[in-house]
Design a protein around this ligand. Structure first.
Ligand code: PLP
Length: 495
């Protein structure tokens, strides 16, 4: 069997197998692991049309995780995509008047992060066994709201692991916050940090590359790994649902096999849409990848101008999981469009960390034609929720609404007639207040949990168990820290 090796986006001389890349999370040089080439499919995409989610997951992941045996990989998949999801379809597609919504929020924490974080713990445990690691694996994660809870659920009480989550104290919805601070499990730690998501993410990345601290932990039989989308163990499972969505569109006769479709992805850290880019490059017939941002529109500006510039005010919005100015996974796209020149990527990232900005060449910009960038303001986001509900009696969350609004702009400016699938990344129950007040002002001063009941009546669905009675659960995690205290906090947890 021919293995796929993973390089660092900042150093092509690094070559590791998938299991090691998953274990480490991030390369020692601060770069992200990237497959040396896109895996070649050993199946005809036509063959997946009638396959189940798990079958497609196996077909797609085996191309990337070449050092996992069939038995190992199937074990991981079986345990991940089980009754934790409230539908056997795992990711159903909902057709509305003018679009298709790929519902990626049927997992335990009601956001798309479950699609990958339900399998990551199994991948990690398998990888550590393969590599003869006996140390405790410490999962260190920064969250803009949804990753934290999904990672906590995935790793709670997994033997041999400890999970530490940092979230921005003022940057998450009330439901998101309660989901995290009420988390049970012997090995879970949740800390609010005085800062925004970028502060949390930068702090975590700094700890990952702090050689002395890593050695200190190693001496105490601990190793770090990451549950953020910088880990290829997150990215690869996300590629699966783009194959699956295409297969479903065919099997439901919405398209003929071979017909191109568009994907719209509400984007923050650029992980989800990068997975779609992988799927396109592996042969899924995709026309445009539509990258939707909220008011933190650093990606939109990048696609317009070729300049990535994070020197701007960080805004908190009603789509908090996309409130990000440093989109980590963009580094992987940059690597592709500069023809895998890792020195060049390292230079760009140095400029980004020193000056907050880098500019790509015209030649590189020409290679971004797969993408269309757009953004939605707060008003447009709310309007989109009202419109989709008004036309279809179908309720979408604020992140998905950003995507829908950008899709409308795309249609107006391109007159494209291809079928379009919108990645629906969270359940409206996670953002009750913003969603309900988009429908009517009368909900403005109603409390989140009262609104959940109203939402449930309105759309005729049960309140999902992941958020029901959340306000009555015991708050277990009360730690708060400043951004320069993160390392000390971690040290304290691991004593
Ligand atoms: C994380 C998240 C996003 C952004 O996804 P990225 O992979 O970071 O681009 C969008 N919507 C929701 C609900 C999320 O939780």
């Amino acid at each position: 069997m021919n293995h796929i090796y993973y390089k660092s986006t900042r150093d092509n001389d690094i070559n590791v197998l998938a299991s090691e890349a998953i274990l480490k999370g991030i390369s020692d040089d601060g770069g992200l692991f990237i497959p040396e080439k896109m895996p070649e499919l050993d199946f005809d995409i036509k063959d997946i049309v009638n396959m189940s989610y798990k079958e497609i997951a196996y077909k797609v992941m085996k191309g990337f995780f070449t050092d996992f045996t069939e038995e190992e990989l199937k074990y991981c998949i079986e345990n991940a995509y089980d009754s934790k999801f409230d539908t056997e379809e795992i990711a159903p597609i909902k057709k509305t008047k003018d679009a298709y919504f790929l519902e990626l929020y049927h997992g335990p924490t009601l956001a798309f992060k479950d699609m990958a974080l339900s399998i990551l713990p199994y991948l990690l445990k398998t990888a550590s066994k393969k590599n003869g690691i006996e140390d405790k694996i410490v999962i260190l994660t920064a969250t803009s709201g949804d990753t934290g809870k999904a990672a906590l659920e995935g790793f709670k009480d997994v033997p041999g692991t400890e999970i530490i989550v940092f979230f921005p104290s003022d940057g998450v919805s009330e439901v998101q916050r309660l989901q995290m601070v009420t988390q049970n499990g012997r090995n879970t730690h949740v800390v609010a940090i005085d800062g925004n998501f970028d502060d949390a993410q930068s702090g975590v990345k700094k700890i990952f590359t702090d050689k002395e601290f890593i050695k200190e932990l190693k001496d105490n039989n601990c190793v770090f790994s990451s549950a953020n989308s910088i880990n290829i163990g997150r990215l690869v499972p996300q590629v699966v649902y783009y194959f699956y969505a295409y297969a479903k569109m065919c099997s439901k006769d919405e398209i003929k096999f071979g017909e191109k479709i568009n994907f719209v992805v509400p984007t923050g850290n650029f992980g989800n849409i990068l997975a779609a880019y992988f799927a396109k490059n592996m042969g899924v017939p995709v026309n445009k990848l539509i990258c939707a941002s909220n008011d933190n529109k650093v990606l939109y500006d990048f696609f317009e101008s070729g300049s990535y510039d994070k020197n701007r005010e960080f805004l908190t919005t009603i789509s908090p999981s996309m409130d990000i100015l440093i989109s980590s996974n963009l580094e992987r796209l940059i690597y592709f469009i500069c023809d895998r020149d890792s020195n060049k990527v390292a230079e760009f990232m140095k400029e980004l960390s020193e000056n907050g900005v880098y500019n790509i060449s015209e030649e590189m910009k020409d290679k971004l034609k797969d993408f269309y960038g757009g953004y939605a303001t707060e008003g447009e986001t709310k309007k989109a929720i009202g419109k989709v509900y008004g036309e279809n009696k179908y309720l979408i969350d604020t992140h998905t609404a950003v995507a829908y609004s950008v899709y409308e702009d795309y249609l107006n400016s391109t007159k494209d007639t291809l079928k379009t699938v919108i990645a629906s990344t969270a359940s409206p129950y996670k953002f009750t207040n913003a969603v309900m007040t988009s429908l009517h002002d009368k909900y403005t001063s109603v409390d989140d949990f009262e609104l959940m009941k109203k939402m449930s009546e309105l759309i005729g669905s049960e309140i999902p168990s992941g958020v029901k009675n959340l306000n009555e659960r015991e708050v277990i995690h009360k730690d708060v820290c400043k951004k320069d205290e993160m390392k000390e906090i971690v040290r304290g947890f691991l004593k």
